[in-house]
Design a protein around this ligand. Sequence first.
Ligand code: ADP
Ligand code: ASP
Ligand code: MG
Length: 407
Amino acid sequence: MNRKTVVMKFGGSSVANIDRIKNVANRVVAYKDKNTDIAVVVSALGDTTDELEALALQLSKNPAEREMDMLLSTGEQISCALLAIAVKELGVDAVSYTGRQVGIKTDKSHTKARIITIDGKRIQKAFKHNKVVIVAGYQGVNSEDDITTLGRGGSDLTAVALAKALNADVCEIYTDVDGIYTTDPRLVKEARKLKTITFDEMLEMASLGAQVMQARSIEVAKRFNIPLHVRSSFSKEKGTMIVKDNEKLEEIAVRGITCNKSEAKITICSVPDKPGIAAIIFGEVSKQGINVDTIVQNVPHDKLSDISFTVPKSDLTKAIKATQIIGKKIGAGEILEEKNIARVSMVGSGMRSHSGIAAKMFKTLADNHINIEMITTSEISVSCIIQQDLADKAVKALHKAFKMEKI
Ligand code: ADP
Ligand code: ASP
Ligand code: MG
């Protein structure tokens, strides 16, 4: 019989306490037989990463990113060791490794490092000894031998990258919901589980705020065509397959609705309206490694205009500092910040050929007295920035208006 290699990834909620770790150990052991090699990637227990971050923020508003990586990476070291102990207790040999120990080499950008290479030799060696290999997700090591982390949700990326490095037959992502839904099932109880979703749609949904998969992990899965099975760690039911193409694609315009509450809006008032100004502003912001999203420039009055843009809340302090410096340099006015915003988006590959989605979205929001502050579109999505306290209402109204419980 052919040997099979499986990568299983368990998120924080799946290993939140000792009983759940035992549950995961049981699932891993049930999968293991003499012809199956298993690499398991784990996230930190429950909310450990948030808790560690909160500790650091009690000491400093702006802790050094290198130290944050040292700190946050410890969460996954705990969970992988505990899981290895639990698996061994069930009579199956297992070994836990940190990212560094399995040769996950990254670049130097602390807190959002990119994986450069993975040297799978140590894992293959453990497989030869019939061991289940348990890898701490979310981390690697850079060329200075410093620990790096791969961005929040980065254990998904560890799993996909390992699946590629090990040439795995299957990559399964176990979480606390039983697949990818039309929208967050915790928010909309009518949300429907999707049997399949394309890489493009999942990438768009993840980038626009569907927390269930890290966007960068989907980028890698797409690049190497690694199908992902997202499923529940608490049931045996089949979940959702994330794949290259979707047979029913043509019929469905909107596949999902997402909501992102983790952005903030910055407005630079009274910016001189002349060529090159936007290049100076956004050139400087991007130099700081900040990802700017939606940008809106108002129609100029008296050769002055306001420019608003959104950034991740986690980068707000850095972005405000940078814009204040640039603002002075270019002779702009006040810099305003607004944290109480949310991005609500509709996503679907069918939007390429269906028209009227955006118009129906705007009408639904208007009917619900929700003001739209900014709008952006891509080939397969439409997003509106609205007030955060209206976001849940907006998602529910859109899910209903587009009859998504039935698609
Ligand atoms: P894990 O701890 O397993 O990494 P996450 O908390 O990162 O899990 O992601 C799972 C959560 O994502 C779910 O509990 C759910 O509330 C949320 N979620 C948001 N949008 C969706 C969606 N479209 N489908 C499924 N889950 C979603
Ligand atoms: N523990 C990290 C986080 O909470 C990584 C992960 O869960 O994927 O973001
Ligand atoms: Mg996650």
